[in-house]
Design a protein around this ligand. Structure first.
Ligand SMILES: Nc1ncnc2c1ncn2[C@@H]1O[C@H](COP(=O)(O)OP(=O)(O)OP(=O)(O)O)[C@@H](O)[C@H]1O
Ligand SMILES: N[C@@H](CCO)C(=O)O
Length: 349
């Protein structure tokens, strides 16, 4: 008997300025995974199940095809173990991954891979988990909800992990309750552009750079902005500033003091880009996407993307490359992108 699944998982941007570990948005760039599970005949002598992996897409040399190391198959195996089950004896699981999401750049590649692994486990072992249960488990594995929640559910999502601190342990066996809320995002008024520089910021390194405690002033600054930002991104009229979302308003709401300032040494280009685009009337605001180094720019619908691209390239061309000592200039991909309303989709046959 053979069963198959085709799965599509959107990328995501997390934090959106002050929403550290809380806000995230699914983006129109998709990891796709196809898998086939074959069982040998019951008459054959039992053999241990096997998994084979193939990969196309971003940085193939950086992705392990060893099932115990690859993030998707490792997540699948951890999920089966947490569910106290395993692949059937005599089964062969073939997985093909096609991944255009740049790795270690702040576009949620690992969150999408975790979602794919959990959905594959649910399918392979016929666990019958609901989307809610899938989400709880994805968050337990990823350790923070702001990438996996939008990648699974779609749209602009606020998440709360009950009873946890900001950096809950990543533990597939202990699922913290997670509450999510899908918020409106005014894609008819705001255009998104992702600026993806050609270097990596590993998320674990960026998380380790944060302080263990914050001053009350930093917390108040953050809460004030995060609360208003969730409303303004869906309904861009700011009281006292007329009927348009003004540059001052969004620039102020995206200002973050919890994570971005502590990560600047890992994200060369962000400060320079922020200063350079300050006078561009079609740039409403910008923030670091996830743990960086990608920068997410919020633009008016009138933005001239080729012109914006040129001004961005000029800034990165001046910078020393963080991964190539002695080299000046960082290549950069400027990607107009949309909020993906639909989360992960799969079809089984
Ligand atoms: N499709 C995939 N298949 C297998 N492994 C993947 C895949 N996508 C990401 N990974 C693993 O995740 C790592 C990147 O994770 P990391 O958390 O550092 O960055 P990110 O998720 O791209 O960025 P951010 O968390 O800031 O949004 C890769 O180096 C790779 O090991
Ligand atoms: N909230 C996470 C997102 C990582 O993608 C962080 O900033 O570390």
């Amino acid at each position: 008997m053979t069963r198959s699944i085709q799965l599509r998982v959107p990328a995501s941007t997390a934090n959106l300025g002050p929403g550290y570990d809380s806000l995230g948005m699914a983006l129109s760039l998709y990891l796709t995974v196809s898998a086939t599970l074959s069982h040998a005949s019951a008459n054959d002598s039992p053999t241990t199940p096997s998994i084979s992996l193939t990969y196309t897409g971003a940085e193939p040399g950086a992705i392990s095809l060893d099932p115990s190391k690859n993030l998707i198959s490792r997540t699948l195996l951890d999920t089966l173990r947490a569910a106290h089950t395993s692949l059937p004896a005599n089964s062969v699981l073939s997985i093909h991954i096609d991944n255009p999401i740049p790795l270690g750049r702040g576009l949620g590649s690992s969150g999408s891979a975790v979602v794919a692994g959990v959905v594959l486990a649910n399918w392979a072992a016929q666990l019958g988990w609901s989307r809610d249960k899938l989400l709880q488990h994805c968050v337990a594995i990823e350790g923070h909800p702001d990438n996996v929640a939008p990648s699974l559910l779609g749209g602009f999502v606020a998440s709360v992990m009950s009873g946890s601190g900001p950096t809950a342990a990543q533990d597939a066996d202990h699922e913290p309750p997670v509450y999510t809320l899908q918020l409106p995002f005014a894609k008819d008024k705001i255009k998104l552009v992702a600026v993806v520089p050609a270097y990596h910021t590993p998320t674990d390194l960026a998380r380790a750079a944060l302080p263990k405690a914050y001053a009350v002033g930093q917390v108040v600054h953050t809460v004030q902005r995060a609360v208003m930002l969730t409303h303004v991104l869906g309904n861009p009229n700011v009281h006292g500033k007329g009927t348009h979302l003004t540059k001052q308003a969004l620039g102020c709401l995206l200002d973050d003091v919890l994570h971005q300032p502590y990560r600047m040494h890992l994200i060369p280009g962000f400060q320079q880009l922020k200063s350079a685009l300050n006078t561009n009337p079609d740039v409403l605001g910008l923030c670091v996407s996830g743990a960086g180094p990608t920068v997410l720019i919020f633009c008016t619908l009138d933005v001239d993307v080729p012109q914006l691209t040129s001004s961005i390239e000029v800034e990165y061309a001046k910078l020393p490359h963080p991964e190539h000592p002695g080299k000046v200039g960082i290549d950069v991909l400027v990607l107009p992108i949309e909020c993906a309303e639909e989360g992960s989709q799969w079809t089984e046959s």
